[in-house]
Design a protein around this ligand. Structure first.
Ligand code: IPM
Ligand code: MG
Length: 370
């Protein structure tokens, strides 16, 4: 592999700020290991609406298609909130990207370092060693994309709207496989979350997941939980979970809850892996921080860059097969946080540093290591 080819979609708000330093960090790590970087930037989200009138321009899709992965910043902001919902940056760029590239597997690590337990709204005694879990969310099926999806006027003048929750056995099996692979290199436990006491899709989900693990992964401890209970358990004792496996909408909700339980959104990264392999034979994927555009601090250069940097590490691991370099970045981030060099969201009484200084500290650690 000569150059790593990926698309850079920085987007809005703090996206471009944290992306800039993340690219420097990638350059540092890759350069040292003898790799070049072929990173092509393209507009997305509100920035793209402003430039070309569309949140996901055709040209941006083409840049992504020509790449082996997408490094995504964040999209949206107050400026575009008055647009019709379907044209707003989040819905009009992220959802079509997921659909276009069949990014069916959303991997969201819930990692809270022991030294940051104060960042969690949970009492420290509930999570003395921090948190280490992963949410595996199905991302291209269920009620987000099921058809029909429409709004109609009824003969009596009333109005109704309709979304369809639908899952195929094959869709459930392929996301179960991702959960199994994730669990195998962790605690070997999967908790599958559904609403099988009410929903037909969930009855199928539970049946398929049960049969799948029994046949293919008997060594993994599988449990099931209703989604309402899972929401409660996440707030009560998150460390009972190793890998959470769930469908699209439940995963949307639970992963946000997991995010806040793990403290600062500024630390949460994610990967959305596609069906097809990239030109290297690895999964194509979109890698993005979970925290959003943070319009309140955008433009000030004080955002926490860690979620974006850790998302880039996931990109190296999954789409480029460079596990050792990913681990190196993750270690440098962790050591930097441990050393007390921290942005405001995770400073807790320490003197906060800005985005630039935090990134420099991470780069220096990477430079000083073999
Ligand atoms: C997420 C987001 C998206 C979702 C929105 C922005 C469409 O909340 O990635 O979790 O609902 O999936
Ligand atoms: Mg969400």
């Amino acid at each position: 592999m000569k150059a790593l080819k990926f698309a850079v979609l920085a987007g809005d708000g703090i996206g471009p700020e944290v992306m800039e330093v993340t690219l420097e960090i990638l350059e540092q790590v890759l350069g040292k290991a003898g790799y070049a970087m072929d990173a092509e930037a393209a507009p997305v989200g509100g920035a793209a609406i402003d430039q070309v009138g569309k949140a996901l321009p055709e040209a941006t899709i083409r840049v992504c298609e020509a790449a082996d992965a997408i490094l995504f910043g964040s999209v949206g902001g107050p400026k575009w909130e008055s647009l019709p919902p379907a044209e707003q940056p989040e819905r009009a760029s992220l959802l079509p990207l997921r659909k276009h590239f069949q990014l069916f597997a959303n991997i969201r690590p819930g990692l809270l370092y022991p030294e940051l337990v104060a960042a969690s709204p949970l009492k420290t005694e509930r999570i003395p060693e921090g948190i280490d879990m992963v949410c595996i969310r199905e991302l291209t099926g269920g009620i987000y994309f099921g058809q029909p999806k429409e709004r109609r006027e009824l003969p009596d003048g009333d109005v109704e709207a309709l979304d369809t929750m639908v899952y195929k056995k094959s869709e459930i099996e392929r996301i179960a496989e991702v959960a199994a692979q994730t669990a195998l290199v962790r605690g070997k436990r999967v908790c599958s979350v559904d609403k099988a006491n009410v929903l037909t899709t969930s009855v199928l989900w539970r049946e398929v997941v049960t049969a799948f693990f029994k046949e293919k992964y008997p060594q993994i401890g599988l449990s099931h939980m209703y989604v309402d209970n899972a929401a409660m358990q996440l707030a009560r004792n998150p460390n009972q979970f190793d890998v959470l496996l769930t469908e699209n909408m439940f995963g949307d909700i639970l992963s946000d809850e997991m995010g806040i339980v793990c403290g600062s959104l500024g630390m949460l990264c994610s990967a959305s892996l596609g069906l097809g392999n990239n030109s290297l034979g690895n999964p194509f994927g979109l890698y993005e921080p979970a925290g959003g555009t943070a319009p309140d601090i955008a433009g000030q250069g004080i955002a926490n860059p860690c979620a974006q940097i850790l998302s880039a590490a996931m990109m190296l691991r999954f789409s480029f097969g460079l596990d050792d370099l990913a681990t190196r970045i993750e270690a440098a981030v962790r050591e930097t946080v441990q050393s007390g060099v921290r942005t405001g969201d995770i400073a807790f009484g320490l003197e906060p540093v800005n985005t630039r200084a935090m990134a420099d500290a991470i780069i220096n650690r990477l430079k000083s290591k073999g």
